[in-house]
Design a protein around this ligand. Structure first.
Ligand SMILES: Cc1cc2nc3c(=O)[nH]c(=O)nc-3n(C[C@H](O)[C@H](O)[C@H](O)COP(=O)(O)O)c2cc1C
Length: 204
């Protein structure tokens, strides 16, 4: 697949087979993330790769219990509101029971922390598509990155002092009819482009 087709055909996968991702494929995905650009070439993105079912269930439980304690207000961001509502009902699994959850953490005191993690995750999602794997960006862990229960557990998993999780993603084989990720190219309605190719926008 050429680069633009790979980019345009990447879509979020939210239904996964209970099939582990081979180590060779997982290593390639992580390598793609580690080779992302970083501000000032800092290379401080920390990849925490979780495949252990017990740990995945524990993370889902913590998130569910902590979201369930939150109150909804009219200003609550829509996706967070959904997480809170479903958690209060007791049936919320933020990682879609994917076989792999990758957390990207970075230094709290580093200005490009979120940007660097985002570059790494996009690289990994594209690599996943190249390998016929499904992936999806996951925001729920960073929504809880000041929650002491979640933070304590993330530290047990290897998050360092002075780090916070900024972006996460899930990875695995898509549960689709043909076993492949959904790849239809969906035309853009937004994301406008302004080409500046004359002096007409400048004042004389
Ligand atoms: C910043 C950001 C946050 C997102 N958070 C979540 C999330 O928490 N859970 C989820 O299922 N998808 C999440 N997504 C995926 C988007 O919903 C998805 O990329 C978008 O709807 C476009 O669909 P596509 O990825 O299939 O092209 C997020 C994407 C981005 C870029």
């Amino acid at each position: 697949m050429d680069a633009l087709t790979l980019i345009k055909s990447r879509h979020s996968t939210r239904k996964f087979l209970q099939k582990p991702v081979e180590k060779e494929k997982l290593d390639l995905v992580i390598e793609a993330g580690r080779f992302a650009p970083s501000g000032g070439n800092n290379q401080t993105t920390h990849f925490i790769v979780i495949q252990d079912k017990v740990v995945l269930e524990e993370l889902a439980r913590i998130a569910r219990e902590e979201f369930a304690k939150m109150e909804l207000t009219p200003d609550t961001y829509a996706s967070l509101a959904t997480a809170i509502k479903l958690s209060k009902k007791g049936n919320y699994v933020f990682h879609y029971n994917a076989p792999v959850l990758i957390l990207t953490a970075n230094r709290i005191d580093y200005g490009n922390n979120m940007a660097d993690c985002s570059c790494a995750v996009e690289n990994m999602m594209l690599m996943a598509n190249a390998l016929d794997l499904g992936s999806c960006w996951i925001n729920q862990v960073n929504w809880l990155n000041r929650n002491h229960v979640m933070v304590a557990y993330l530290k047990k998993l290897g998050m360092q002092e002075g780090e916070t999780v900024y972006v996460s993603m899930v990875l695995g084989y898509p549960d689709t009819e043909d076993g492949l990720p959904f790849r239809r190219v969906v035309e853009r309605k937004g994301n406008p482009v302004t080409y500046v190719n004359c002096r007409c926008n400048f004042e004389e």
